[in-house]
Design a protein around this ligand. Structure first.
Ligand SMILES: Cc1cc2nc3c(=O)[nH]c(=O)nc-3n(C[C@H](O)[C@H](O)[C@H](O)COP(=O)(O)O)c2cc1C
Length: 240
């Protein structure tokens, strides 16, 4: 495996070969098309007064146009010491009137520990086929037992079994341990179909700030930020 010294230089014997391979990869990504379009039009002047309806509108358009997996979103959190981390997950619920977003995970996972220490986070979507990035940030709270049950029991059988298999983000011995835990989880779900894993947690991020970025093939990008202001929102155009 290749390491790096303090100056960032490659330190193992294969460095010349891997540096050439890196350059070749870079050449290929530089040649790859980006924001080639055609991309949808966005007029900030006619955008709704609140960001929730605009999010719903962009999501609706993404679904209608077959944008792949628009429900996948990056959640960024920070640990108690400020260390940031980000991972993708599924959007599980939406309250567009309140600009609030629901996602679920294990309370013992990295995100669960971060959110227990600092209940604030950011969500980022990027839909390449539309050149659209959406950012939401704000406080996060944990929803109650009823919402947790509904979220977990509304999942596919495979997802419910996965929810009882092992502990998210804990070290795994290997495939043997995985298989054992999976079989035990299968038996448990079959015997107790109404049971919900104790650590399954449903979170809600209520946006304090929202930003919509519409990319343009000619780089005439548009950015519109919404900031919560009492019961309403302030809208600001930003330089891209
Ligand atoms: C497409 C996709 C969807 C995912 N959906 C979820 C999800 O809804 N909830 C979740 O906790 N993890 C989900 N994961 C796994 C997370 O990305 C992550 O690996 C896991 O939550 C542990 O991360 P953490 O320790 O930083 O919390 C998903 C991963 C992928 C690739």
């Amino acid at each position: 495996m290749q390491g790096r010294d303090q100056d960032g230089d490659a330190v193992d014997g294969g460095s010349a070969g891997s540096a050439a391979a890196d350059r070749e990869l870079l050449d290929r990504i530089r040649a790859a098309p980006v924001l080639a379009g055609p991309l949808p039009h966005f007029d900030p002047d006619t955008a709704p007064a609140a960001p929730g309806p605009l999010f719903a509108d962009w999501l609706d358009r993404a679904l209608a146009d077959g944008v792949p997996e628009p429900q996948i979103v990056t959640l960024s959190t920070a640990a108690a010491d400020g260390t940031p981390s980000a991972r993708v997950l599924l959007l599980r619920g939406l309250d567009s009137a309140d600009c609030a977003f629901v996602f679920a995970g294990d309370s013992g996972s990295g995100k669960g520990q971060d959110l227990a220490a600092r209940p604030v986070a950011a969500l980022t979507w990027y839909w390449p086929a539309h050149g659209r990035q959406i950012r939401m940030a704000g406080p996060v709270d944990v929803l109650g037992e009823e919402a947790t049950r509904r979220d977990y029991l509304g999942r596919s059988p495979a997802a419910r079994i996965a929810g009882f298999t092992g502990r998210t983000s804990a070290p795994l011995d290997g495939p043997g341990e995985y298989e054992r835990e999976h079989r035990a989880a299968e038996a448990l779900v079959a015997a107790e179909p109404g049971r919900v894993p104790a650590t399954h947690t449903v979170y809600r991020l209520r946006a304090r700030e929202a930003e919509f970025f519409q990319a343009d093939p000619a780089r005439w990008h548009l950015r519109l930020r919404y900031t919560r202001d009492g019961d309403g929102w302030t809208r600001t155009l930003l330089w891209p």
